[in-house]
Design a protein around this ligand. Structure first.
Ligand code: SF4
Length: 125
């Protein structure tokens, strides 16, 4: 992996790990030992690819950007009560089996409950 691609990868990882707080662009480049020019290019590239969003922010009297992840890894908590995890039919359940998620009342009920509670089953809230 080239140094630039490596920096892009590391930058995205760091931004994703900041979650809702985001990270100031200058702070990120300091952590990555990158120049501000190099860092700005990386931020634009990540924004253009739809991985992050940039918001202008006045910090210590200067305008800069705070970088936020657009998507975050799904938490295990989002599926902790999924009926499939403890299902005795799990070993033979499959899309093409007689026992299938396509016809499962327990799974359908669980998904409907998530949707009624405003939780996206995919974990993208
Ligand atoms: S889809 Fe239904 S039957 Fe299949 S493992 Fe999940 S809960 Fe069990």
């Amino acid at each position: 992996m080239s140094r630039r691609n490596n920096l892009v990868h590391q930058a995205l990882q760091l931004i994703v790990n900041t979650g809702d707080h985001g990270v100031l662009q200058s702070e990120l480049w300091r952590k990555l030992s990158a120049s501000s020019r190099e860092g700005s290019r990386i931020a634009l590239k990540l924004e253009n690819k739809g991985f992050i969003r940039r918001e202008r922010e006045l910090f210590s009297g200067r305008w800069t950007y705070r970088l936020y992840p657009k998507r975050r890894p799904t938490s295990i908590n989002s599926i902790i009560d999924c009926p499939c995890l403890m299902c005795p039919e799990g070993f033979r359940c499959g899309a093409w089996s007689s026992t299938s998620p396509n016809k499962c009342e327990k799974l359908t009920e669980w998904i409907l409950n998530l949707m009624q509670n405003g939780t996206n089953p995919s974990g993208d809230n």
